[in-house]
Design a protein around this ligand. Structure first.
Ligand code: NAD
Length: 355
């Protein structure tokens, strides 16, 4: 901001403080900022995991709002605080209503509120289903890269459950340099499998194979991405993983404890991923311990944990609110720089202590 000059003097004066502002950032603006920036966003997510690992974040447990009359639905609050060079606080408020899909609208919808690190004032509300899908996909692409180092690079990727998240993960894998000989698809709903196949063909992804069974997809893939909405394990046959694939267990509740116990397990945050009846949480309940968890992605990034060169590896990311803050803060900064922030005039209206 340039310094103002008081009339009649030549001394530069600080600009008059006009008070806090509040902006609304639309989904179209979010998408426009993030399109084609897969490498940049993945690097941002990596930096955020490192900050989190270094203790420069606050990321309390997510709060799950559930409804007795609508048991399949939920709304989750993810409050968080991000330190470091782009410090910001805030909360993501994200709904999951699986029945939406049959009604023709996405399952998840979300907003992200950003709060100023100094005053605490909320200064932006961003459409956040895209931010959430983007940070999830960037985290998955980062995990594939980091956990796959030192192994034969997977050439066959298989998507198990193919909604919006699977599409974003595919975009991020390709956008960060992955090339595949074959892309496998499996979904309980034939329409979804066909829809995803159409997307893959339009995006020029080479050979696409729609599998007729879970077993066929897993046995036929060296990199397996789970993005279903299963609420309890439905894959428990350890022999299907005999070829030792790298598994991105993004939907968290697909794999039975036996599968995790036969693999090297990595999470995003130990406390977080051992909650809410995720598959790792079920293993902890079954075994009474956490030894099955090799560590976090940050442990691997910083060399504290070394991955084996072969065998099944399962990444189970709970999904950290600090990632939403990092990506949301980035989007806000870019929209502000472009001069296209939609500020809500007089949002904060009672600003004088005594009127
Ligand atoms: N870990 C994270 O950080 C994170 C972040 C965002 C979303 N997610 C999770 O990703 C998952 C996918 O989200 P989405 O928005 O793409 O959902 P979506 O509803 O758009 O798609 C899910 C797909 O999975 C299919 N499916 C459901 N159960 C299946 C099964 N047993 N076998 C095969 N296919 C099955 C459905 O038919 C559907 O096509 C959700 O579970 C969501 O909670 C995780």
């Amino acid at each position: 901001m340039s310094a103002a000059t008081t009339p009649g003097t030549s001394d530069p004066q600080p600009p008059a403080f006009t008070g806090p502002t509040f902006a609304v950032v639309s989904g179209a603006q979010v998408r426009a900022v993030l399109a084609g920036r897969e490498r940049e966003v993945t690097d941002l997510v990596e930096a955020t995991y490192r900050l989190h690992g270094a203790g420069e974040t606050v990321n309390p447990p997510s709060y799950f709002l559930r409804f007795p009359d609508r048991p399949s639905s939920r709304i989750i609050a993810l409050p968080a605080s991000l330190g470091g060079p782009a410090a910001v606080d805030g909360v993501k408020w994200i709904s999951s209503f699986p029945e939406n899909v049959a009604a023709g609208i996405p399952r998840a919808s979300a907003v992200l509120i950003l709060n100023d690190h100094v005053t605490g004032y909320p200064f932006a509300c961003l459409e956040s289903s895209v931010i959430s899908a983007t940070r999830t996909a960037a985290s998955a692409a980062l995990a594939a890269e980091v956990l796959g180092r030192g192994r034969v690079r997977p050439r066959r990727v298989g998507f198990f459950g193919v909604g919006l998240i699977a599409r974003y993960i595919h975009t991020f894998l390709v956008g960060t340099g992955w090339e595949f000989d074959e892309v496998g698809v499996f979904d309980l709903v034939a329409e979804s499998a066909e829809g995803f196949r159409g997307y893959l063909e339009r995006s020029g992804s080479g050979s696409v194979r729609v599998h007729g069974s879970a077993e066929s997809l897993i046995r036929g893939s060296d990199l397996v991405v789970f993005a279903t909405v299963a609420s309890s394990p439905h894959v428990g046959e350890v022999s299907w993983f005999g070829h030792g694939p790298l598994v991105l267990h993004v939907s968290l509740r697909d794999l039975a404890p036996e599968v995790l116990l036969s693999a090297t397990n990595v999470g995003d945050d130990v406390e977080h991923c051992l909650k809410a009846d995720t598959s790792p949480h079920l293993v902890e309940k079954l075994t009474g311990g956490r030894e099955f968890l090799a560590g976090t992605l940050d442990d691997v990034l910083s060399g504290r944990v070394v991955m084996p060169g072969e065998g099944t590896v399962v990444f189970s990311p709970f999904g950290l609110g600090v990632l939403d803050l990092a990506v949301g803060g980035f989007v806000y900064g870019e929209v502000a720089r472009s001069g296209k922030l939609q500020v809500v005039e007089d949002f904060f209206d009672e600003m004088r202590r005594y009127g």
